[in-house]
Design a protein around this ligand. Structure first.
Ligand SMILES: *[C@@H]1O[C@H](CO)[C@@H](O)[C@H](O)[C@H]1NC(C)=O
Ligand SMILES: *[C@@H]1O[C@H](CO)[C@@H](O)[C@H](O)[C@H]1NC(C)=O
Ligand SMILES: *[C@@H]1O[C@H](CO)[C@@H](O)[C@H](O)[C@H]1NC(C)=O
Ligand SMILES: *[C@@H]1O[C@H](CO)[C@@H](O)[C@H](O)[C@H]1NC(C)=O
Ligand SMILES: *[C@@H]1O[C@H](CO)[C@@H](O)[C@H](O)[C@H]1NC(C)=O
Ligand SMILES: *[C@@H]1O[C@H](CO)[C@@H](O)[C@H](O)[C@H]1NC(C)=O
Ligand SMILES: *[C@@H]1O[C@H](CO)[C@@H](O)[C@H](O)[C@H]1NC(C)=O
Ligand SMILES: *[C@@H]1O[C@H](CO)[C@@H](O)[C@H](O)[C@H]1NC(C)=O
Ligand SMILES: *[C@@H]1O[C@H](CO)[C@@H](O)[C@H](O)[C@H]1NC(C)=O
Ligand SMILES: *[C@@H]1O[C@H](CO)[C@@H](O)[C@H](O)[C@H]1NC(C)=O
Length: 356
C-alpha cells in the first residue's frame, strides 16, 4: 500500500516533469534530439550561434512555445535565422517573449543591397496555428510563409520601430523589412496583427483563399500584392489601418510579365493616413514606374469597398496604371482618399463605382 503510493507519487511528480524538462530547448546543440522526440517543445531564452539556422522540423501535431528572448549571433549571411516545418502545429509566443533579429547591427539603409543580412523566419507549415509571436528588429524580411496551407496567424507583432528613418541613426535605418510574405500559400487567415516596418506590411506573392484582417500597419509600403507569375485569387484585406507609410494599398504586377492572373481580390474597410507616395497604387509596370504597363498578367475583380483616409500633401491619393486590355470587372464603392496637390490618376481603366 505504502510502496504503491510512493511509486505513484514518484511517477506523477517526477517522471512527467523530467520528460518535460528534456523538451525545453536551452542549448542550440539539443535542437536535433528535441525536435525528433518531443511534441511539446519550449524554446527557452535560446541563443542561436552566428551563421546557424534554428531549424525546427517538428513532428506532426507538435506545440512549440517561445519563451523569453530568442536571439541570434551576428554575421553577414543570407539566413534564414529560423525555419519551421510541420503539420498540425501550434506555434505560440508566451507573454513577454520575443525573437530578436538584432536588426540595428545590420541596418545600413540599403536593405537587400549593402552588407549581407539574414532573412528572419520561414514557415512551411500546414493545418497549423501561429499565435502571439513577437518579432523584433528584423535585419531584412521578417516572416515568410512558403507552401503553407490552412494556417491561422493571430496576434502577431512585428516591431521594427527602431529601424524607422526618423528613429535610427542616419544611414542606419531598416529597409526591405517586409512584415509577412505569402508565397504559394492557400487557405490562410492572418488577423489582429500589428506591424511596424519599412516595406510591405503583408504581401501576397502567390496563393488563394487568403484573409488578412484587423491589422495595424505603421511605416510600411502597404497591404500589398506582388505578382510576377502564377495566380493570386480570392484574397480579402479587411478592417485594417495603414499609417505613415509609402503606400496604403499596393498592387504590383511585375514586368516583363510571365503568365499569370490576379482575380477576386477585395479590400474592405481600410483606413489610411500620413501616406507619403500613393494612397492606392495599382500598377501593371512594377518595378519601373516609367515603363509602359503590360497586360500579360490581367487584373480581374479587384474590388474596393469603403477605403478611406488621406495622404500627405505631395502624395497621389489614387493611381491606377493599367495596360490596354489589362483590367476587367472591378467594383469600387466608397473609395475616397483625400489628397492635396496631386489628383487621382487613372490610365486605361476607371473602375465602375469610382470617378477618377
Ligand atoms: C504528418 O502529416 C502529413 C501531412 O498531413 C502526412 O502526410 C504525414 O503522413 C504525417 N506523418 C505522420 C508520421 O503521421
Ligand atoms: C536578446 O538577447 C541578445 C543576446 O543575449 C541581446 O543582445 C539582446 O539585447 C536581447 N534583446 C533584448 C530586447 O533584450
Ligand atoms: C485546418 O487546420 C486545423 C488545425 O489548425 C484543423 O483543425 C482543420 O481540420 C484543418 N482544416 C482542414 C480542411 O484540413
Ligand atoms: C490574442 O491576444 C489577446 C490579448 O492578449 C488574448 O486574449 C487572446 O487569447 C489572443 N489570441 C490567441 C488566439 O492567442
Ligand atoms: C489583438 O491584439 C492586441 C495586442 O496587439 C490585444 O490586446 C487584443 O486583445 C487582441 N484582440 C483579439 C480579439 O485577440
Ligand atoms: C479555396 O476555397 C474553396 C472553397 O472553400 C475550395 O474549394 C478550394 O479548394 C480552395 N483552394 C485551395 C487552393 O485550397
Ligand atoms: C472571392 O473571394 C472571396 C474572399 O475574399 C470569397 O469569399 C468568394 O467566394 C470568392 N468568389 C469566388 C467567385 O470565388
Ligand atoms: C468603413 O470603414 C471604417 C474603418 O475604416 C469603419 O469604421 C466604418 O464602419 C466602415 N463603414 C461601413 C459602412 O462599413
Ligand atoms: C459591387 O459592390 C457592391 C458593394 O459591395 C455590391 O452591392 C454590388 O452588387 C457589386 N456589383 C457587382 C456587379 O458585383
Ligand atoms: C498619370 O499617369 C501617367 C502614367 O504613369 C503619366 O504619364 C501621367 O503623367 C500622369 N498624370 C499626371 C497628371 O501626373
Amino acid at each position: 500500500m505504502l510502496l504503491r503510493a510512493w511509486v505513484s507519487f514518484c511517477v506523477i511528480l517526477f517522471f512527467p516533469r523530467a520528460l518535460a524538462l528534456d523538451c525545453v530547448l536551452h542549448d542550440f546543440e539539443s535542437v536535433q534530439s528535441i525536435t525528433k522526440t518531443c511534441t511539446d517543445i519550449v524554446v527557452d531564452n535560446l541563443f542561436v550561434p552566428a551563421g546557424e539556422t534554428l531549424a525546427l522540423n517538428l513532428l506532426n501535431g507538435s506545440t512549440l512555445t517561445f519563451k523569453g528572448n530568442t536571439s541570434f549571433g551576428y554575421t553577414n549571411w543570407q539566413g534564414y535565422l529560423v525555419k519551421i516545418t510541420g503539420n498540425g502545429l501550434t506555434v505560440a509566443g508566451e507573454a513577454g517573449s520575443f525573437l530578436d533579429g538584432l536588426g540595428p547591427l545590420y541596418w545600413d539603409g540599403k536593405g537587400n543591397g549593402g552588407i549581407e543580412k539574414p532573412k528572419f523566419i520561414d514557415f512551411s507549415v500546414t493545418d497549423s496555428v501561429i499565435n502571439n509571436l513577437y518579432v523584433l528588429n528584423c535585419p531584412k524580411t521578417c516572416i515568410y510563409c512558403r507552401g503553407c496551407d490552412n494556417v491561422t496567424v493571430t496576434n502577431l507583432t512585428v516591431d521594427n520601430r527602431a529601424g524607422d528613418e526618423n528613429v535610427a541613426p542616419p544611414n542606419q535605418y531598416g529597409h526591405n523589412t517586409d512584415g509577412f510574405n505569402l508565397h504559394q500559400s492557400n487557405n490562410i487567415v492572418i488577423k489582429n496583427g500589428t506591424i511596424f516596418n519599412q516595406d510591405d506590411c503583408v504581401c501576397v506573392f502567390e496563393g488563394s483563399n487568403i484573409s488578412v484582417s484587423d491589422m495595424y500597419c505603421h511605416g510600411s509600403h502597404g497591404l500589398s500584392i506582388s505578382l510576377s507569375s502564377g495566380v493570386v485569387e480570392n484574397v480579402l484585406f479587411a478592417d485594417s489601418v495603414v499609417e505613415d507609410g509609402e503606400n496604403g494599398i499596393h498592387v504590383k504586377i511585375h514586368i516583363p510579365g510571365e503568365s499569370g492572373i490576379l482575380r477576386n481580390v477585395t479590400y474592405k474597410n481600410i483606413f489610411m493616413r500620413g501616406i507619403i507616395d500613393y494612397g492606392i497604387d495599382v500598377q501593371q509596370n512594377y518595378p519601373d514606374k516609367y515603363a509602359p504597363p503590360e497586360n500579360t498578367i490581367p487584373i480581374y475583380n479587384l474590388n474596393l469597398i469603403n477605403v478611406t483616409g488621406s495622404v500627405n500633401p505631395e502624395a497621389v491619393p489614387i493611381q491606377i496604371l493599367c495596360a490596354q486590355d489589362g483590367c476587367f470587372d472591378w467594383n469600387w464603392s466608397g473609395v475616397d482618399i483625400e489628397g492635396n496637390v496631386a489628383a487621382d490618376n487613372c490610365t486605361n481603366y476607371v473602375p465602375p463605382g469610382f470617378r477618377c
